[in-house]
Each structure stands twice: as C-alpha cells, then as structure tokens.
Design a protein around this ligand. Sequence first.
Ligand SMILES: [Zn+2]
Ligand SMILES: [Zn+2]
Length: 464
Amino acid sequence: MQLSFLGGADEVTGSKHLLEVNGYRVLLDCGLCQGHRWEAYQKNKELLVEPSKIDALILSHAHIDHSGLIPYYVKSGFKGHIHSTFATRDLCQVMLLDSAYIAEKDAEYISQKLAKNKLKPVPALSTVADVEPALRLFHAVNYNRWFEAVPGVKVCFVDAGHVLGSAIVLLEITEGKRTFRMTFSGDLGRNGLPILRDPTIVEQSEVLIVESTYGNREHEPVANIRENVKKIINDAIGRGGKIIIPAFALERTQEMIYALHQLFEANEIPEIPIYVDSPLATNVTEVFQMHPECYDQEVFQEFLEKQSNPFGFGRLTYVTTKEESMALNGLREPAIIISASGMCEAGRILHHLKNNLEDPRNTILLVGYMVEGTLGYKIQEGLSPVHIFGDPYEIKAKVIKMDEFSAHAGASELRAWIGQIKGLKKVFLVHGEKSAREALGEYIREQLHVPEVNLPVLKDSYQV
Ligand SMILES: [Zn+2]
Ligand SMILES: [Zn+2]
C-alpha cells in the first residue's frame, strides 16, 4: 500500500491523505486549507491527485478543514462514494453551503485586489451551486458497522468524541495474502466533553495516522466547565452588563447552550435571556437535534428521558432575521449573546463587539482557539484599540478566556489514547505544527517504543 500526504500533514488545516491499494485510490478527508486568503486559494487550487481517479472518499468529520474541498473535487471529476456517519453527512449540508458562500466572497475580494494591479479576476474554486452534486455522493453509515470502501479496504467508523458525528476511521486492508489494521484518528476529542461520547479506545492497529494539534500542550480540565461558566455569568450579571460569546457554529455553540441550560435547571444562574445570533449555528443546532444517536448518556438522563430539549428552553431565542439581530443592539438589561464567527473575523459577532466592547460592565467570553492576527486574537491579547469595520474601539469590557471547551485531545490525552493501541509498527503524525509533532513523536518513539515514527510533510509518500 502506498500512503501519500496531500495536505494537513505539517499544518493543521487541509487534511487529505491518499491510500493506493490493489489498484484503487481512497482519499481520507478532503479538507480546505485555511489561512491567508491568497496563499490558501493557491494551495487549495492545486490538485495533487486527479479527482476522477479517486475511487472513494472517507470523511472523518464535518469540520471544513477536513471536508471543505469536497465540492471542488466533485466539480473536478470525483464520482465515487463519500462515506461518513449520518451526522457528518447532515452537518456537511449546512457547513459546505456556508463555506461555499464564504469562498465566493473571498474570490471576489481577491479579484478586486488583483484588478487594482490590472490582473485577471479569479473564480471561486467551488460555489454554492457545486454543493448539491457533492451531497448526492454521500453514503452514510452508522458507527461500528464495517463496510467495504473498495476491494481490499474495509472501513468502520467509531466515535472520536470531537464534534457531532466525528469518527476515528478503522481500516482493515488486504493486499494479496497480507491483511493488516490501520487507524486514522481524524481529529481526536476529549473525555467528558458535554453532549458527546468519549473517544473510542482502539485496541490494536499496526499503522496509525494520528493528529497532533496539541502534541505539546495541555488544556484546562473539562470538569471545570460548569463551575467556571457559572462564576463568569454570575459575576457579569452582578456588574449589570451583557455577556458576548463569540463561538464556532459547530459544537462550541451547542456545548455552551447545553452548559447554560444545565445551570438554569439547577437554579445556579439567574434567568436572563440568551440569544443565539448566527444563522449557521441555528442550522447546525437543528442537525444536533436530529442525531440523538451521537449523544452521551448524560444528555439522555438529564434531558431526553424527561422529555426536555437540551437545545431549546424558555430563556433561549434563536435569532434569524437581520432585523432581530439589529434589535439586540438596543438591549439595556443583562443578556447572553452567542454569535459567530468564532474568531470574530466575519458575521454578526462584529456588530455585537462593536456595540459592547467599550462598556466596562460587559463581558466578552472567549471559548475558542484564536489564530494570531484575527480580531478574536487581538481582543484576547488586549491589543486595544481594535478595528471593526474600519473604526477603532477601545477594549473596556472584561475579557475572559476559557480553554476548557477545547474539542481536541491535549498532550497527555493524546499520549494515553495512542498508548492503549497494541501492535503499533508505524505511526504518522499529522495535523500539527512542528513543535507539537516533534514532542509527541519523541514520546511515541522513546516511551511507547514504536519502531517507526514519521513526521510527513506535504507530498511525502510511503510504502506501508
Ligand atoms: Zn475537527
Ligand atoms: Zn482538524
């Protein structure tokens, strides 16, 4: 078998790993490179494998850095099945449409810049119209069901505990007389995250492709979420202000809603209104409601068995229209506003920040990772004033960062998960910056005594 790394190896976005076995080609994930617009555009445009020659695509989860190039590959000739869990398929419907819309806007922006230098405009790699043909190719499979993707490659999804529908991909590969197990971690979640089940322990595998995002860093414990959210909300209400929460539409928003619902039920925070002001987050939450098969035991015990909806309760309003969103600017009493985008680069969160950042009674609660250079990062680092729609705003609101919600396994969680896999002969570390991969690689080599540990870079190819 030949294993080639076509993206997301020595970086955290653009995941694409190609298996060539028995004359067939199987692509693991088809992610979009994210980052600086023009560089990302060029990277995404370059097809390192002819899409029409890929026989099947196996998708670990719906995050755009794993799924975002699917419409472009389909448009460029891919005709095989896209295998994923049911929840991933349904999330892709809303996530890919949103991503295509952003891609169209980005292409317009790049083209305007190029026009200033008398250069030709560039088209979006794929558009909203390209999403529907891609969705038709999905073949959804439940967790823990083996199926044959191509002759000699059997596949089974088990829970990765990262986002709704996320999977660790188990592969059983037969080439001639040789059969071996390979595991692709996808993005690995954490034990105890709200809503989701814990990542599945893989007992045996000869080959492992594993993410390493936090290979050298730890997170605050998940167990602190409830207590810390309670403290922050009560303190903010005590100061008579609003609480603005920039949150990723997928998973972080639903986890925050869930935590707040639990706190209300237990009378641990006062009854103030909560607004979810992001059309994407609202659509994603609808997909969450359709997939109770992905929930952990706690959701059943605390909500479903009591016929209560974990994502809907009296205090909570999903804001849809622009007018309703604008009306939130006039709110004078304490309220919680959850909005996207998570890194404050676009979307309705910008209006809420603009209107609330300069009032010291307010709280900005940051619950996600902020890439350097983004508005979210500048707020996190207190780089006041920040510019929103071209105007400067002083950061006078209280800014609090919570790291407890991270959906990625931290260093010790990664080490423990890998350490439980018996029979490892070859490990490939992907989805990580240099220092993270090196730290985790050293541990696997020195402490777990795996004979071959690889840190592939883009276009590297291995005989496995
Ligand atoms: Zn992910
Ligand atoms: Zn990822």
